[in-house]
Design a protein around this ligand. Structure first.
Ligand code: Q46
Ligand code: ZN
Length: 273
């Protein structure tokens, strides 16, 4: 199924180098495993965020990635970027400072992850960044975007996001794989992964939609696949279209050179300033 998805959406070829974003969870490690077994040049990239240092969440997820390499694919390359080591503060500390101790660190975390992944993929000349988003993830996001009629997000939600002006290509080879299938695959392959989600994912809106969709799937098996695939087909055929504002122009950030739509400094550099 993964091979078919890669071919159907023209994600990458065996000659391409692909950077797999790994978190130590089942989806990303299963994806990395599948890509390596299919013969793709897939290198892993782990970003050590420093989340909940006291509980050691980030440390244990890195350990899972290292264990995966030594146990399953000793020749595979795992790149590790330590946010605190590289920039001086962990995500938890940075978010606490920026948000004065209020709210979850997710927006800061997302921004930092996107920036680091993109820079690493561009500088390393990777053909694409592959993420372990599965069908359940995609359907939950689709439902959320549909309920709020987020035209911009609906227009862009796709298995492949093409490269543009300094932004690396992004692909999701697991979009047809159910979450439980990824978990079953990891189990069968003896891949150890971190069971707990990031402590900040608990109670998230996405998880709420996932629960709703699980109930729907119980009553109507196949409903998730249909919702997602029919949406992609309808949009590709032009049966539904979304009036989207022209994408804002990108220009290089004065400090880091990464593309930004903001002023002369990108959001990442402003965050650290
Ligand atoms: S954004 Fe938020 Fe995730 Fe970062 S802080 Fe955790 S839940 S890891 S996908
Ligand atoms: Zn910048």
């Amino acid at each position: 199924m993964t091979q078919r998805t890669i071919e159907k959406y023209g994600m990458f070829d065996p000659a391409d180098r692909v950077l797999v974003a790994v978190s130590g969870g089942k989806d990303s490690l299963a994806l990395w495993d599948v890509l390596l077994r299919l013969g793709y040049q897939a290198e892993g990239m782990y970003i050590s965020l420093g989340i909940d240092e006291d509980l050691g969440y980030s440390d244990s997820s890195l350990q899972m990635c290292r264990q995966f390499v030594s146990g399953q694919h000793p020749g595979a390359t795992l790149h590790v970027v330590d946010v605190e080591g590289e920039y001086g503060q962990s995500i938890s500390t940075l978010a606490r400072t920026k948000q004065r101790g209020r709210g979850k660190p997710c927006s800061v975390c997302g921004l930092v992850k996107r920036h680091i992944m993109n820079r690493f993929a561009r500088e390393g000349d990777f053909a694409a960044i592959a993420t372990g988003h599965n069908l359940d993830d995609e359907v939950a996001v689709l439902m959320q975007n549909t309920l709020h009629w987020q035209a911009g997000y609906l227009a862009r939600q796709a298995p492949v996001l093409e490269e543009r002006e300094g932004l690396a290509r992004k692909v999701k080879p697991f979009v047809r794989i159910y979450e439980r299938e990824a978990a079953a695959y990891a189990l069968v392959r003896g891949i150890e992964y971190i069971y707990d989600e990031c402590p900040y994912a608990k109670g998230s809106t996405t998880n709420f939609y996932k629960e709703l969709l699980n109930q729907l799937e119980l009553r109507s098996p196949g409903a998730k696949q249909q919702f997602y695939l029919h949406f992609l087909q309808a949009r590709d055929k032009g049966a539904v279209s979304f009036a989207v504002e022209e994408a804002a122009e990108l220009h290089p950030c004065r400090q880091c050179g990464q593309p930004t739509t903001a002023g002369d400094l990108c959001a990442f550099c402003r965050l650290w300033e």
